[in-house]
Design a protein around this ligand. Structure first.
Ligand code: UD1
Ligand code: MG
Length: 453
């Protein structure tokens, strides 16, 4: 026996009012469909089959999926969609049907629904709503046994009063699916092949229908428009931030934090101020304080680090006891060793900076290797680009770069060298010496400022 997870993702999503296929819209930085696939991936011995339609090429090229892609050319209903996968379903398979636009479903819930089909029955995930408008209603008999599902458009006034709805998520044996899908007829108000018709067939054939439910409505909520997309974004972030707080992270305001990716590791005593966004893969050590309005993407942050307000880090490594910001921009390839200070309005790119070095103010440091205990003065610029190629600047241990220095790469500043403020350095500078390259200061005693007449 194997488990086949069928994910319905052919719908157009007209109400999204977007050129992007519905299932590619993102929450938490990950597409709706990818969320569903990632959750399905956690099921044991399961393979996923995605039914695509609108924007197929775009959907396939933007999704990580190691199972089958099956096209549904015309969208003639949920039953028609699942009919497309029948050639891939064996009689002894267990089938779980999910929607590509219902991203927050949890694996624990899926396992509960799945178990009913593993037992040879039909499993159905339902939810009881105050306002069930638009959903298919689950009609049960006096003993609470499911009799059928009726769509809003086909329901009698009495049936419409039912508040238990079909979430769309169900499980069924491969054998039953083959048998019942062959019998579907589009004889309903919408002229569609309804997957939900299999429930009255189950009842007819004496196959028990077992329901499961969830507590958190976000789990079964589908995305049809941008309002629901935003609601699920909040629901997802709430889940994530609560999980992080359980791990000991302090948030100044849990509602003003966004994780658009994965935290691979996080230590103890991490404090996160408001409006912080973490993207991609981020690792954070112990005793780290992240100030307000920081964006950290694909970076590794060591221990005992302070990242001050409004700093941006991308593909960076920050060593222990370093201080970053405020207003620092660490661009890809920035690797900082321990005890490094990158101050305000400093931009770094493709740079290695060794321990104890400081770039405190208003600098651009690109394509450089900086030794240990180097002091880079305010306004220092590495002129790394000649319009065609990038060139490297090397600053050896203990060097002192005066303010407003331009280092025209390729260039090496020797160990313990001192560069006078305002220099334009175009040649390697010797170690232990003072180098200055600027016009000597002169004053003209007889000079008069012209007077306006
Ligand atoms: C469906 C259910 C309804 C349930 C509701 C839950 C049926 C007949 N009705 O209604 O009982 O309460 O979902 O949201 O099943 N899709 C395809 N191909 C198609 C049609 C749909 O892939 O031909 C996909 C859509 O992209 C979507 C999902 O199936 O992800 C549901 O389709 P939708 O049109 O939203 O179904 P509803 O009419 O809302
Ligand atoms: Mg729908």
């Amino acid at each position: 026996m194997s488990i086949k997870v069928v994910i319905l993702a052919a719908g157009k999503g007209t109400r999204m009012r977007s050129a992007i296929p519905k299932v590619l819209h993102r929450i938490g930085g990950v597409s709706l469909l990818q969320h569903v696939l990632n959750t399905a991936h956690q099921l044991k011995q399961a393979t996923s089959l995605v039914i695509y339609g609108h924007g197929g090429e775009q959907v396939m090229s933007n999704t990580l999926h190691d199972g089958e892609w099956i096209e549904q050319r015309d969208q003639r209903g949920t039953g028609h969609a699942v009919q497309q996968v029948l050639p891939h379903i064996n009689q002894d398979d267990t089938v779980l049907v999910l929607y590509g636009d219902v991203p927050l479903i949890q694996v624990e819930t899926l396992n509960r629904v799945l178990q009913h089909a593993i037992d040879g029955n039909v499993g159905l995930l339902t939810y009881t709503m105050d306002d069930p408008t638009g959903y298919g209603r689950v009609i049960s008999d006096a003993n609470g046994n499911v009799q059928k599902i009726v769509e809003q458009k086909d329901a009698t006034p009495e049936e419409l009063a039912t508040r238990e709805i079909n979430t769309g998520i169900l499980s069924v044996t491969g054998k039953h699916l083959h048998q019942w899908l062959g019998e579907l007829q589009p004889n309903n108000a919408q002229g569609e092949y309804y997957l939900t018709d299999i429930f009255h067939m189950a009842v007819r054939d004496g196959v028990p229908v077992n329901t499961e439910s969830v507590i958190d409505e976000a789990e079964i909520t589908g995305v049809n428009d941008k309002i629901q997309l935003a609601q699920l974004e909040r629901a997802l972030q709430k889940r994530r931030v609560e999980e992080l707080m359980r791990q000991g992270v302090t948030f100044f305001d849990p509602q003003r934090f966004d994780l658009r990716g994965t935290i691979d590791e996080i230590g103890a005593d991490v404090t996160i101020d408001i409006n912080v966004i973490l993207e991609g893969h981020v690792s954070i050590g112990n005793n780290v304080s992240i100030g307000p309005n920081c964006v950290i993407a694909n970076s590794t942050i060591g221990d005992n680090i302070t990242i001050k307000a409004n700093s941006l880090l991308e593909d960076a490594v920050v060593g222990d006891a370093s201080i970053i910001g405020p207003f620092a921009r660490l661009r890809p390839g920035t690797t900082l060793s321990d005890d490094v200070k990158i101050g305000n309005f400093v931009e770094t790119k493709n740079v290695t900076i060794n321990s104890g070095s400081k770039v405190n103010h208003l600098s651009y440091i690109g394509d450089a290797v900086i030794g240990s205990n180097v002091n880079v003065g305010a306004g220092t610029i590495t002129c790394n680009y000649d319009g065609v190629n990038k060139h490297q600047t090397t600053i050896e241990n203990g060097a002192f770069i005066g303010s407003d220095t331009q280092l025209v790469a390729p260039v090496v500043v020797g160990e313990n060298a001192t560069i006078a403020a305002g220099s334009t350095i175009t040649k390697d500078t010797p170690k232990d010496q003072l180098t200055l390259s600027r016009v000597h200061q002169i004053s003209k005693p007889n000079w008069k400022r012209p007077v306006k007449k």
